[in-house]
Design a protein. Structure first.
Ligand SMILES: Nc1ncnc2c1ncn2[C@@H]1O[C@H](COP(=O)(O)OP(=O)(O)OP(=O)(O)O)[C@@H](O)[C@H]1O
Ligand SMILES: [Mg+2]
Length: 285
């Protein structure tokens, strides 16, 4: 029989679990390159609540995309577990995994990844067709989504007839096609200029506020700090620190709206230095 303290502990942790839409436990990913082992992730444990806007920040090669792939069910950890709504992704069979990727999660990539021969509307309706909507239902919903992302006048354009920012808007509409609970973005502003990047960040935030979709975005883009509820800084495959937006906002320095989206540039500089400073002293794998 368990004692009161143990019972309380398990109750507390089950409460925590109820609130987490994404949870990772000691996630480790090792890539083997000949004799060499690369620890792309090395023991990442975190919980993300429904409706949060999370930015995963860190230097190039720190493991952001690897974490994106693990959380999105696109790759499997070498060790540890990923839970979506408290279901261990590793336990899903191929059909359930396909369902998760199609219905539960929307994906946005740096290079948009639209299908070049399809129109904006066809790109957006494709996942709906996979999910079983009729052609008419998909067309109506696709037009609505394209309207929502500001492309109501561009539904019949193909990707090459759209600007980068417009292509990313189509990709966001496509990611939202099946009303996902989670929107995963890997460097969504990486190929965009400053002001287009800001528009895309704003649009993703609107999606988050209006539909309650949980945002998890791997990024270098400091503009994303000001819209994020929490920032998870990773370095060498490990969580270096987790900050809440309020904690960033309290440090008042010169406000650099252009680069940090309203977060104190002093704070960003401090955080970047502390991360890269540690990086210099460590030998990279
Ligand atoms: N398929 C692979 N095989 C071997 N090593 C890999 C593979 N994919 C990633 N890595 C290594 O894992 C580490 C983490 O890579 P990852 O792509 O996750 O970094 P990142 O933080 O997304 O970087 P960036 O900001 O440049 O996109 C890097 O050292 C990378 O070289
Ligand atoms: Mg990456």
């Amino acid at each position: 029989m368990e004692d009161a303290a143990t019972a309380q502990q398990s109750a507390d942790s089950s409460m925590d679990r109820v609130q987490n839409i994404v949870r990772t436990k000691n996630v480790t990913k090792v890539y083997r390159m000949g004799d060499e082992e690369v620890y792309a992730l090395n023991g990442v444990t975190l919980g993300i609540k429904q409706g949060e806007y999370i930015s995963i920040m860190g230097p190039s090669g720190s493991g952001k995309s690897t974490l994106f792939n693990m959380v999105g069910g696109l790759d499997k950890p070498t060790e540890g577990s990923v839970y979506i709504d408290e279901v261990d992704v590793a336990q899903l069979d191929a059909y359930e995994l396909a369902w998760l990727r199609c219905r539960k999660i929307g994906y946005i990539f740096q290079s948009f990844n639209l299908i070049p021969v399809m129109t904006a509307l066809e790109n957006v309706t494709l996942p709906m067709t996979f999910a079983g909507l009729t052609t008419d239902e998909a067309r109506d919903k696709g037009c609505e989504l394209l309207e929502l992302v500001g492309l109501g006048e561009r539904v019949l354009h193909k990707p090459f007839q759209l600007s980068g920012g417009q292509q990313q808007r189509v990709a966001i509409a496509r990611a939202m096609a099946n009303d996902p609970a989670i929107l995963l973005a890997d460097e969504p502003t990486g190929n965009l200029d400053l002001s287009t990047g800001r528009e895309i960040i704003e649009l993703v935030r609107e999606m988050n506020e209006n539909s309650g979709v949980t945002i998890i975005s791997a990024t270098h883009d400091m503009k994303m700090l000001s819209v994020s509820d929490r920032i998870i800084w990773i370095r060498d495959g490990q969580i270096a620190k987790i900050e809440r937006r309020e904690d960033l906002d309290i440090s008042v320095g010169s406000i650099d709206g252009e680069e940090t989206g309203g977060v104190s540039s002093e704070q960003v500089k401090h955080t970047e230095e502390s991360l890269s400073g540690e990086e210099k002293t460590d030998k990279k794998e």
